[in-house]
Design a protein around this ligand. Structure first.
Ligand code: ATP
Ligand code: MG
Length: 575
């Protein structure tokens, strides 16, 4: 089949015969002898002309030439020494009639535009619409592109022109983002003015390869006793926080961020689909504990269009990568990925992709695996930086076997499972010890901690079972009653208020003390007060012991005995 290119010249004046001859020669040289040439009068072009051939447009109007200059000047922004470069560029600038690919909007709605004509556009490329709205190509069909819009789709009309940018989506990054709240495109939304960025990173990028990584060996302390003791997290690990709504998922993530104060770790909190009011209370909490100084909050709230929710975690990860490749340690929280999956599902359905299980598209696993694979601990040659990821997933009535939870459980290196029943019975953080696990963090745990928690999980498991069996028994023998009281005391120890982290050495003291049955002499209601007094006593009398444990990472038998003796003394002095 012959596919003749039709070249159309738009201008306010018809070309002279000599000019027309030149155009014809150009068109046939460029698009072949068969190309057809015609002229259309266009009064809106004041000076110059516009030539379209197939999907390409040569803009030689005044406006087109000005746009070219604008583009050249803007492209200088990414370079250093902008002023001399601008001077140089303006001096040497001569406008050229460049080919620019343009397409047309076929339909628009629900934050999605279908575009035709851009035959060379690539997946993930950013397109610019006539009104300045930006969109990203997410669907490539034979004759049409599906594009998600980052701004209000009311500004995009059917039949309007679309241009390629030949750039993939990216966000500005830099140290100045710390302490700020930005949206998924990296623009500030805290009303504190412009953020001067240091560079620009694509939101999607390949995860570090195997040789670029090293083992996870440095602890990422959460400051939460129930987690650091039994489910230790290492820098570079991905640990899922999973549970029903209102079970303290966000609280664990925030406590971990607050605990990074003075630990040389940069934090990024990505809010996906949360209410603006929840984001604001997160920020207030971080500010109150001085954690905003080393934290950036990237928020795509429930009122934002789905495309912004979709790219939010990738954008947050791009910012994290900027720091990681400088050799820094980063903690990133994705709160939460179930809302992210829902946003992606609605985009996919609008783009006309076929729905699969639970109406999610077939590539929803890849959606999260490519995000979480980007967390890593880099090798020393690459600076040794790391990204630790704490994704959050919400379950429906504790159903961890639903599609998205199982996907993310299999991608991550462990999960902290939070349970409503525990939460409402007052056990907060409501960590379910039987269902939680950390698969790689054990290597990162201090030897001292490992030694002191030995047997703790078993004791707790025994307590749980015994509690079920003895629930209806009226008279228990003395041994069983003591065993129950011991287990109950341990559970009480694991309760911890929000934003009151324990250091690792404090945790070791608490666990060693409890396993020596020191709590037997303390009434249940007094446990919290006793722990407070015990710790302040250790800080006063045995600060060197605490420091020794942290610096060597070891707990010698003598130190262990010292802790037990001191705790017994504290218990007998306790009133
Ligand atoms: P959502 O599903 O709405 O995102 P969530 O699972 O993230 O909820 P949070 O918002 O973290 O839950 O916590 C729910 C409530 O429980 C909050 O009011 C919080 O203050 C309280 N809470 C969380 N952890 C604790 C804790 N350790 N001690 C006391 N209260 C807590
Ligand atoms: Mg939450």
């Amino acid at each position: 089949m012959k596919n003749n290119i039709k070249a159309i010249l738009y201008s306010s004046q018809a070309p002279s015969p000599a000019q027309e001859e030149k155009f014809r020669a150009f068109v046939s040289a460029k698009y072949g002898e068969d190309a057809e040439f015609s002229f259309v009068k266009d009064e809106t072009i004041k000076k110059g002309f516009r030539l379209t051939a197939g999907s390409e447009t040569y803009d030689w109007t005044d406006e087109g030439r000005l746009n070219q200059l604008k583009k050249e000047v803007l492209s200088l922004y990414s370079k250093d020494n902008v002023i001399p470069l601008i001077r140089e560029t303006v001096k040497n600038w001569t406008p050229k009639a460049l080919a620019e690919e343009t397409g047309t909007v076929i339909s628009v709605g629900d934050g999605i535009a279908k575009v035709t004509g851009l035959t060379k556009a690539t997946y993930g490329e950013i397109l610019i619409f006539e009104s300045g709205v930006r969109g990203m190509v997410l669907n490539l069909k034979e004759n049409e592109l599906g594009c998600i819009l980052f701004d209000d789709d009311n500004f995009v009309t059917e039949g309007s022109v679309v241009k390629r940018t030949e750039r993939v989506a990216g966000i500005p990054v830099g140290d100045n983002f710390l302490g700020r709240i930005v949206n998924s495109l990296g623009s500030p939304i805290d009303g504190e003015g412009e953020i001067i960025s240091s560079s620009y990173r694509p939101v999607e990028s390949a995860a570090p390869s195997i040789v670029e990584r090293q083992q996870v060996r440095v602890p990422m302390e959460t400051g939460i006793l129930a987690i650091d003791s039994m489910f230790p997290i290492g820098r570079g690990q991905r640990e899922l926080i999973i549970g029903d709504r209102q079970t303290g998922k966000t609280a664990i993530a925030l406590d971990t961020i607050i605990n990074q104060k003075g630990k040389n770790c940069i934090c990024i909190y990505v809010a996906i689909g949360a209410k603006a009011s929840s984001v604001s209370s997160v920020v207030n909490m971080l500010k109150k504990h001085g954690a905003m100084d080393y934290t950036c909050v990237l928020a795509a709230t429930a009122s934002d269009p789905a495309p912004l929710l979709y790219i939010a975690p990738y954008a947050g990860c791009a910012l994290a990568e900027y720091f990681m490749y400088q050799g820094k340690d980063v903690l990133i929280v994705y709160d939460d990925l179930s809302k992210h999956a829902v946003a992606y599902r609605s985009l996919s359905l609008l783009l006309g992709r076929s729905p699969g299980r639970e109406a999610y598209p077939g590539d929803v696993f890849y959606l999260h695996s490519r995000l979480l694979e980007r967390s890593a601990r880099l090798s020393d040659e690459l600076g040794g930086g790391s990204i630790t990821a704490l994704p959050v997933v919400e379950t429906q009535s504790g159903d961890v076997a639903a599609y998205i939870p199982t996907n993310i459980i299999s991608i991550t290196d462990g999960q902290i499972f939070l349970e409503s029943d525990l939460f409402y019975s007052g056990q907060r953080p409501a960590v379910n010890i039987g269902l939680s696990v950390s698969r790689v963090g054990g290597d990162a745990q201090l030897k001292a901690m490992k030694k002191s928690v030995k047997g703790l999980r078993l004791d707790l498991a025994q307590y749980r079972e015994m509690k079920v069996f003895t629930q209806f028994a009226s008279d228990l023998d003395e041994a069983t009653r003591r065993q129950l009281a011991y287990g109950k005391g341990l559970m009480r120890l694991l309760c911890q208020k929000q934003a009151s982290p324990y250091s690792l050495s404090e945790q070791i003291v608490i666990i060693t003390m409890a396993q020596a049955h020191v709590l037997d002499g303390i009434r249940y209601e007094d446990i919290e007060r006793f722990i407070k007094e015990l710790l302040s006593r250790f800080h006063k009398n045995n600060e060197s012991l605490l420091r020794r444990i942290l610096s060597t990472g070891l707990l010698s038998d003598a130190d262990k005995q010292l802790i037990i003796d001191e705790s017994r003394k504290a218990a007998s002095d306790f009133k």
